[in-house]
Design a protein. Structure first.
Length: 201
């Protein structure tokens, strides 16, 4: 008798975000929360801003589900300091415009960056390549001692790498862009990061 293969169910991103936003209780939850808080405290945007960004992202994804945008187009959301980056693909311009309008409905949004590609949906092969590119870039940034990788969010769609976050200076973002450009299958790098403001003297 053979054992049936185990099935691994991946939680939708929206569900994960909702879990992150739920109040944490119990010792185990406190340990997990402590690790997350530690990461947020090190990043430039801080704990409070990160929490607001997660709330904005959850709201937008919920709106996408309600209006069935998620079932009609492949649109992902990244939020950094209230700046919303929309990426993905669709053949319908109206859906992309609707996604932008829904993003603006979220409280705390300061900018909506529409990088949704207006073409046919990517293939499974493209998705695998995009995931590989994002993983490669994340690893490169993490291992680069001259880059604070925690301050960057990365999305890859059809070989185009989108960056959003906070760079310490121009030299750092130049290193990040160079890393991305040197990865196989990358066609273009689109930079939406901002450079950290110098401290007031």
């Amino acid at each position: 008798m053979t054992n049936a293969p185990k099935r691994h169910h991946r939680l939708p991103r929206f569900a994960i975000l909702l879990l992150l936003l739920l109040p944490l209780t119990g010792c185990a939850a406190a340990v997990g929360a402590g690790a997350g808080v530690g990461v947020a405290a090190v990043s430039e945007r801080g704990i409070k801003t990160r929490a607001i960004d997660l709330k904005i992202e959850a709201f937008i994804l919920k709106e996408f589900l309600v209006t069935e945008i998620k079932s009609l187009a492949i649109i992902d959301v990244e939020v950094y300091e209230g700046r919303v980056l929309l990426t993905g693909t669709t053949t319908d311009t109206k859906l992309a415009d609707q996604a932008v309008a829904l993003a603006w409905k979220a409280s705390g949004v300061t900018e909506v960056i529409n990088e949704v590609q207006l073409n046919k949906a990517g293939t499974a092969a493209n998705y695998v390549k995009d995931t590989w590119i994002t993983t490669q870039l994340t690893t490169k940034l993490t291992l680069d001692g001259d880059v604070l990788s925690i301050n960057y969010s990365i999305e890859t769609v059809n070989g185009v790498v989108y960056l959003i976050g906070i760079a310490q200076d121009k030299q750092e973002i130049d290193r990040v862009i160079a890393h991305a450009g040197n990865i196989e299958f990358v066609r273009r790098v689109v930079n939406h990061t901002r450079i950290k403001k110098p401290p007031l003297t």
